[in-house]
Design a protein around this ligand. Structure first.
Ligand code: 4AZ
Length: 252
């Protein structure tokens, strides 16, 4: 799908996700804030009625869909932003092989009510990666969320940060080794530390740009601390799951 060229990746001054900056309002139209009860997670719109998030966010809510609230067009959680709206969830698909201890297959697809994206100025889908396409090591990508900043309090306004794709081999040389599963997960960030996703950013996207299109390459999943040197964050490798996701989309 063609994406309207909004102000994606144009930054304005602000502070800190960890080491990031405040995003320009509505410059991440595919990012949603999802409340599972009172717990906040991120998510990504991929079409009019589909949002991708982390399985560890969805867990326990498959029989309580009425307790889930997807907020679209959100910028500040403290005020009702112009263009912000809330959408209900009709169905949930936690990956059938998600494992809550090892975090393998940490991906969940939510079927929402129709978001009427064509009529919205503040919401648009990100693209799924072409099957088996994954950005090269070193590619600069971007994460966003309302999670904790510097292991401190959550951010009130959407933060964004640039993170580089790290090789599986290099990731295996960090404390992530042992839990990290190549093929299903990948690492992104800066080995020097400082920039990272953190608690509360889970479920949100790592977006890489390919042919001027925003591609949902990763789902924020886990990490050992936030922004520590030699301890990059770990993302669910979306390309591994594209077929599964597309099947769910065509069945909805
Ligand atoms: C979390 O707890 C979490 N530094 C998400 C991402 C990272 C750490 C923790 C990555 O949801």
């Amino acid at each position: 799908m063609k994406i309207a060229p909004k102000s994606f990746l144009t930054l304005k001054k602000g502070n800190r996700i960890v080491g990031g900056l405040e995003a320009i309002k509505h410059s991440w139209p595919w990012v949603v804030r999802i409340y599972f009860g009172y717990t906040g997670c991120g998510g990504t719109i991929i079409d009019d009625n589909t949002v991708v998030t982390a399985a560890h966010c969805c867990r326990g809510y498959d029989t309580r869909l009425d307790r889930i609230k997807v907020v679209v067009g959100e910028h500040s959680t403290a005020v009702w932003d112009l263009g912000q709206f809330t959408i209900g969830v009709r169905g949930m698909h936690i990956h059938p092989e998600y494992h809550s201890v090892t975090f393998k297959n940490d991906i969940c697809v939510l079927q929402t009510n129709d978001m009427h994206l064509r009529l919205r100025h503040t919401a648009a889908p990100a693209c799924l990666p072409p099957s088996s396409w994954h950005p090269d090591v070193g590619t600069r990508c971007y994460a966003a969320g309302w999670g904790r900043m510097d292991l401190n309090k959550p951010s009130v306004v959407l933060q964004e940060v640039d993170l580089d794709v790290i090789s599986d081999e290099r990731c295996e040389q960090t404390p992530n080794a042992g839990t990290f599963i190549p093929g299903q997960m990948f690492c992104a960030g800066h080995l020097s530390g400082g920039k990272d996703a953190c608690q509360g950013d889970s479920g949100g996207p790592l977006i890489c740009v390919k042919d001027d299109q925003p591609i949902l390459v990763g789902v924020t999943s886990w990490g050992l601390g936030c922004g520590r040197p030699n301890s990059p964050g770990v993302w669910t490798k979306v390309t591994t799951y594209t077929k599964w996701i597309r099947t769910l989309m065509s069945n909805s």
